[in-house]
Design a protein around this ligand. Structure first.
Ligand code: MN
Length: 206
């Protein structure tokens, strides 16, 4: 039985400066994400046979998760999966525009990269309360943009997440305070499009 663990970052806490500040990265990863991992593990302790399943598998079929821990898996398992994706989606010296098949799909679905960027930014900034802005793909590769509250995952709707923008206040408040739009605007400078294209390819090549 292996408990879930906080994933190591592929870069240092200061690597995304000035867009995402070092202190926010450190607290967000070592405290907030760690807390989701710990509470997810605590829930699974009640049904240890579920430790053998990846968190994504549990989120894909929440109705099969025992009812007494379903909400905890949705919230804390969701928090673990969402943050794991968030760290991977970002990288130093990145940004720019989408590439590969994802770039083609974005053009087909949203018209242009600029239109896509505007739509995802507006959806994310406009989300009421805590939650995430999402770019997700269905099994045919069709893209969609939406926001979800709390730590809900697109996986629970049968979709594969491609980009995840955390708009809980802990993701930006130290540096951006109430200016959520400035944080969302800044995050475009650190998106790793190679990683996003890889995720997009795996979304419909299964
Ligand atoms: Mn967060």
């Amino acid at each position: 039985m292996n408990k879930h663990e906080l994933p190591k970052l592929a870069y240092g806490y200061a690597a995304l400066e000035p867009h995402i500040d070092s202190k926010t990265m450190e607290l967000h990863h070592s405290k907030h994400h760690q807390a989701y991992v710990d509470k997810f593990n605590a829930a699974l302790d009640k049904h240890p046979e579920l430790f053998s399943k990846p968190v994504e598998a549990l989120l894909k079929d929440l109705s099969k998760v025992p009812e007494d821990i379903r909400t905890a898996v949705r919230n804390h398992g969701g928090g673990h999966a969402n943050h794991s994706l968030y760290w991977k989606m970002m990288a130093p010296n990145s940004g720019g525009e989408a590439q590969g098949e994802l770039a083609v799909a974005i053009g087909n679905e949203f018209g242009s990269f600029e239109d896509f960027k505007k739509k995802l930014s507006e959806t994310t900034v406009g989300h009421f309360g805590s939650g995430w802005g999402w770019l997700a793909a269905d099994a045919k590769g069709k893209l969609s943009i939406f926001s979800l509250s709390n730590q809900d995952s697109p996986l629970s709707q049968g979709l594969s997440p491609i980009l995840a923008i955390d708009v809980w206040e802990h993701a930006y408040y130290l540096k951006y305070q109430n200016k959520r739009a400035d944080y969302v605007n800044a995050i475009w400078n650190v998106i790793d499009w190679k990683q996003a294209d890889k995720l997009y390819a795996s979304a419909f090549k299964k």
